[in-house]
Design a protein around this ligand. Structure first.
Ligand code: ARG
Ligand code: ZN
Length: 891
């Protein structure tokens, strides 16, 4: 029963006005919807029927122009209610009853710790009332909420507050009006006992906007970072995109039970507490950065998503890809641009590439889906952002901004498509982006083979690129992509000036030492002239396209790039390539007890190169930390044809140990040089310094020297911030040594005692234990599921314990010991079967590690497949069914 893009038709009726009344009572909520409808002049045929969506609703009555309809006058089936023979103008008054207190799916109207809140994207509004729940139906909403005054003093919805007052029986009401037309997925309602912090922002054109962050009273001390991030975002969007806020109030509400990170409901963003609350004692640096990024992301949606929205859910990346690109650029401007790029590319190449190579691979604009909730993916978000980044690279900053202005201008108040977005970029630049659009319709990660040739007589250097793209489930034959490859050439004294034969240098998109080569054909050669020495090519600078690049660099070339490429991203990339080679050599060794001379030589070269990195004082400490960090097991696995879980883990552990020994004195001096008394600051510098210091501690903890275990314990005890505490605790928990075990147990107890009142901190406590690489972790995870602090309904808890174990602990999840044969898989399948009914979205998301079964050895494949088949026996939600059935489908 897939939904197809090809079947899109415009809505038959428009909803001019939507007036909602919510009467919140303990046993039920009564929803009255008064809809003012008009036949859509754009409708292809003169239809007189209307389909309303509705799910799990109790229909009390439905009246057409004030006349109550009998059951014979409409058809309800499955998730829809159909009316026929309608006039061209009409009103509908629909009364439904729902049960938010029993809603465990966290979709529609539900309760979280006594608070009423909503999540309507993508199709949750239909769990609130019958409605044309599709994003191209945009309406002006007025919302009246009535509730008990004592328990629900705060009543919020979208837009501006227009009225509030007292009612009989200890109840009160509030009325909100949103003047901007919006689809139902942007509707929100909150009712509860919340406190807030308030601030103001005056827009460029002089609108004084009230900013409020609503949280439980106990969390008021953790809102400042989110508020700062919000103000910075508002300012940045004015400066960089010319976009201003448009209502008198902007509200953020934090809720503890939330399926995703946050939601951009017009004027009333609802956030997972994990993406709003932050203070140094309870939140790591990664947590601080996440709050900043998510606050910005949701705020930026006010234009890229709300003012201009999606025509249908196939266009999801129109708003998500663009908004991720916007928030990434914002974070780059707030902190370190190169570091942000490294982090984003690492995520993309590890998880999105894996998705693109697996059974759930789909295009950035998919052509079909069974359940749209399954398409809030790394492909839609992160790869979608890469497509926008490529457009920005191809057009250059000025034209890109013009294109963005035109897009917002032209489509304000409309529901549009990714084609419309690209068209705006084409119109301002005069460029033909027809081929570029293949990025939206063809799934899979393109592969580029690069070869080069230096002609020392002609002083010409040529680079040849061959592109291809492996088949993906719905897409076997791929046409060549339009790929911007930012390139430079390194000579002995630095970047060489570039003179490209037959190609006028486009001064808008390139300086003299970096040029954007545009690949459009399966094979293409670019010739550089007046090249006086054989250069080292620096290709795909800044990771200018989401591709897998292959070039056989000499080891020396990588060392050159690593030490002095002008592109920071490629310096890091060279360090990773160099390390990957050594790791692969190690994985070929029969035993790590004695390694071959060739491998020894490779290790020595890597260590030498890392030594220079540590000594390079021009490098940002965050860069040093990233260059010192070996590629993750997940990334090595993504690159592998068949994933050898244990060999990867052992090779990486071994190499880390070798680096620790060889660079010991450097690590000691980094650790000692660090000012352990310095005040915590969540800025780029502070984060960078902590990251380098904790990287050094990590290596030192690998030495066979218990004093460093004691140092970890000491750092844990003395830490004034969660970053340092967690870094130290993680080392203790993962160190296979009796002293470490004792100290870890001690620290874990102490940690829980200290933080048991803070759910977000308890989540970190679950995670550090679930991520432990030592044996017996599965038993520990199962034990923790019974811990009083664990809540099997709370998505954050599920992710912290079960998600971390299955996704970030490969050696244990895939363990094949005699007693533990496939136990990890069985454990996950049991959880999915349990969650399938309770919260289908979370269940489907948790499935990811099992869907990758084809990449493992025969034994693991059989065990994983058997669990998928066992799940398939159940009565499944659409969400879980789609993922399981696609995973098992013939390749
Ligand atoms: N639009 C939200 C964001 O990216 C995500 C909401 C997705 N919710 C869902 N249930 N799939 O900011
Ligand atoms: Zn978003």
């Amino acid at each position: 029963q897939p939904i197809l893009l090809a079947n899109y038709t415009v809505p038959s009726y428009l909803v001019l006005k939507t007036d909602l009344t919510f009467d919140l009572h303990d046993d039920q909520t009564r929803v009255t919807a008064l809809l003012t409808l008009q036949r859509n002049p754009q409708a292809v045929t003169d239809v007189d029927s209307l389909v309303l969506h509705g799910s799990e609703l109790e229909l009390e009555s439905i009246a057409l122009d004030d006349r109550v309809l009998t059951a014979a006058e409409y058809q309800v089936d499955g998730e829809s209610l159909t009316l026929t023979g309608l006039p061209s103008q009409l009103t509908l008054r629909i009364v439904t009853r729902i049960k938010p207190h029993l809603n465990t799916s966290l979709e529609g109207l539900y309760q979280s710790r006594g608070l009423y809140c909503t999540q309507c994207e993508a199709e949750g509004f239909r769990k609130i009332t019958y409605y044309p729940d599709r994003p191209d139906v945009m309406s002006e909403f007025t919302t009246r909420i009535t509730a008990d005054r004592q328990r629900y003093p705060v009543l919020l919805s979208n837009g501006n507050l227009v009225e509030q007052g007292e009612l009989d029986g200890g109840r009160h009401f509030a009325v909100w009006h949103d003047p901007f037309k919006k689809p139902a997925y942007l509707f929100a309602l909150v009712a509860g006992d919340l406190s807030f912090i308030e601030n103001h922002f005056v827009t460029r054109s002089g609108r004084d906007v009230t900013l409020r962050i609503y949280v439980e009273a106990k969390d008021l001390d953790k809102c400042d970072h989110a508020m700062d991030s919000l103000k910075n975002s508002m300012h940045w969007d004015e400066e960089v995109y010319g976009r201003e806020y448009d209502l008198d109030i902007f509200m953020i509400v934090a809720v503890d039970d939330f399926n995703m990170g946050a939601m951009e409901n017009k004027g009333l963003n609802i956030f997972n507490t994990s993406c709003v609350l932050a203070k140094p004692e309870t939140t790591t640096d990664v947590g601080f950065q996440r709050v900043e990024a998510v606050v910005a992301h949701e705020y930026f949606h006010n234009w890229s998503g709300n003012r201009v929205t999606c025509r249908d859910w196939f266009q999801l990346s129109l708003k998500e890809g663009f908004t991720v690109y916007r928030d990434a650029e914002f974070s780059a401007d707030m902190g370190s641009r190169t570091v942000k790029r490294i982090e984003d590319v690492a995520l993309l190449r590890t998880l999105q590439f894996a998705e693109d190579g697996g059974p759930m691979a789909h295009a950035v604009r998919p052509a079909s889906y069974i359940e749209i909730s399954n398409f809030y993916t790394l492909t839609i978000y992160e790869k979608g952002a890469e497509l926008v980044r490529m457009l920005a690279t191809l057009l250059g900053p000025e034209k890109f901004r013009e294109g963005s202005d035109l897009y917002f201008d032209r489509h304000d108040g409309q529901a549009v498509t990714t084609d419309d977005f690209v068209q705006a970029m084409a119109d301002v630049s005069g460029r033909d982006l027809g081929q570029f659009k293949r990025w939206y319709s063809q799934a899979g990660t393109p592969r580029i083979e690069v070869s080069d040739h230096y002609d020392e007589d002609a002083l010409e250097y040529s680079l040849t690129f061959r592109q291809s793209c492996p088949p993906t489930p719905e897409n076997t034959n791929k046409q060549p992509f339009h790929i911007p490859v930012k390139t430079g050439l390194l000579g002995t004294a630095g970047d060489l000036p570039l003179r490209l034969k037959d190609h006028p240098v486009d001064t808008e998109t390139s300086d003299n030492t970096s040029i954007v080569l545009e690949l459009t054909e399966a094979e293409q050669t670019f010739v550089f002239q007046q090249v006086h020495e054989k250069p080292v090519p620096s290709v795909l600078r800044g990771f200018s396209a989401p591709v897998k690049l292959h070039y056989s660099w000499q080891r020396e070339d990588l060392i050159t790039l690593m030490s002095r490429d002008s592109d920071g991203f490629n310096r890091w990339e060279a360090s990773q390539q160099l390390a990957l080679r050594v790791l692969h050599d190690l994985m070929q060794e029969a035993s790590l007890a004695t390694v071959s001379a060739a491998t020894e030589e490779a290790i020595a070269a890597l260590i030498d190169a890392l030594q220079s990195v540590v000594q390079d004082e021009t490098l940002d400490p965050a860069m040093v930390a990233y260059m010192l960090t070996l590629p993750t097991e997940a990334y090595i696995s993504e690159l592998a044809t068949v994933i050898d879980v244990d060999a990867i883990h052992q090779a990486r552990q071994y190499l880390q140990g070798r680096i620790a020994h060889a660079l010991k004195s450097a690590f000691v001096s980094i650790y000692q040089r660090y000012d352990h008394q310095q005040a915590y600051r969540a800025d780029a510098r502070g984060i960078a310094d902590r990251s380098l210091k904790n990287t050094a501690l990590h290596y030192l903890s690998l030495l066979d020297d218990e004093s460093w275990i004691e140092t970890c314990y000491e750092q844990y005890r003395a830490a004034s911030n969660m970053t340092d505490a967690m870094a130290a605790l993680t080392r203790l928990v993962n160190t296979d040594n009796p002293l470490a075990a004792t100290l870890a147990e001690n620290a874990l107890d102490n940690f829980y005692q200290r933080w048991q009142q803070e759910p977000l901190v308890v989540n970190q406590w679950f995670s550090v234990q679930a991520g432990c690489n030592l044996p017996d972790t599965l038993a520990q995870v199962k034990k923790l599921q019974k811990h009083p602090a664990f809540d099997s309904r709370n998505p954050n808890k599920i992710r912290a314990l079960i998600g971390v174990f299955c996704n970030n602990n490969a050696v244990n999840f895939h363990r094949l010991d005699e007693q533990q044969q496939g136990q990890g898989y069985r454990f996950l399948a049991d959880e999915i079967i349990r969650l399938n009914k309770q919260n289908p979205q979370i269940a489907a998301r948790l499935l990811t590690p099992l869907t990758k079964w084809r990449k493992y050895d025969e034994t693991r494949q059989q065990l994983m497949k058997a669990e998928l088949q066992r799940i398939l026996q159940e009565e499944l939600s659409r969400d879980v069914y789609e993922v399981v059935s696609k995973s098992l489908a013939e390749a």
